[in-house]
Design a protein around this ligand. Sequence first.
Ligand code: IPM
Ligand code: MG
Length: 360
Amino acid sequence: MSKNILILPGDGIGPEIVNEAVKVLACLRDDFALDIEMDEALVGGAAYDAAGHPLPEATLQLAREADAILLGAVGGPKWEPLEIAVRPEKGLLGLRSELKLFANLRPAILYPQLAAASTLKAEVVAGLDIMIVRELTGGIYFGQPRGVRKLESGEREGFNTLVYRESEVERIVRVAMDIAMKRNRRVCSVDKANVLECTELWREVATRTGADYPEVALSHMYVDNAAMQLVRAPKQFDVMVTTNMFGDILSDCAAMLTGSIGMLPSASLDEAGKGMYEPIHGSAPDIAGRGLANPLATILSVAMLLRYSLDEAEMAGRIESAVDKVLNSGMRTADIHSAGMQKVGTEQMGDAVVMALREA
Ligand code: IPM
Ligand code: MG
């Protein structure tokens, strides 16, 4: 039976980059007999404008039914004045929590062709291959109570709650451990156990869970130090596992090590391996609609989708080789451009990947 992929372009550069990723999927379907169907729906600001809510019931329903979801990006200045409950970001957060996509995998891999595009010295980042495993449905992003309240003095006070149950820590640490078993068998759990009780418990549960994996070397690091180590000596890391918010921050940081945030895909998985796939960069409103955005993170997200949710590792490999080939040819979008390379736009980059697929 054919697999159903739900396409959620979203806002900003979302529609442009997703368009290129859809071309890649269509090529695999038409030329390589990948048995898929694609549906499209609204999410984020686009959904708010059309339906009054960033995650309309119809979209959520399609997302529940799909075998996998490909998302572009959400958000933009246009919707910033809205109250938090209906901002585009709520569409994304709603999908993550409604579909119980608790495990967010964010690989940071440096393509050797892009060593010169990193702001760090080539020798610091050459060969970089880190997997950040971010908890995605708990922590301060979702903790209650939250809000802004008025004090007796009349002054307002904003508050959020960082909360993790033992079971939530255990299951994300297990994901990290299982991934590490297929890599270099090192996991660094990142917390702020010296200040926050919640992450002191995190460390305790991580240690306990890690004991079930005697072949994996588990270490712990405070988040401030982890941020520093990521830019000082990133190759010391294999797998990092951390909370929702620390993972948000550290993954942007790790992304820049690879030259551009425009290169990094991600997978958000539930207990059964169903997933939503998206580039880790945002909607980049400053360049939206100009055909400048790098579609490679979204195209590489398709590769992750095929590998993790559709069990099509060979198809995934085809995409990754095609991207490699296109980079070898010297084509670069503006974000990864360096001297002597050919500057191309979003569409040209997508077309080049499709061409490389066909030629393989
Ligand atoms: C990410 C993004 C999201 C997050 C935003 C858009 C809600 O920054 O996926 O990293 O904070 O999780
Ligand atoms: Mg982020």
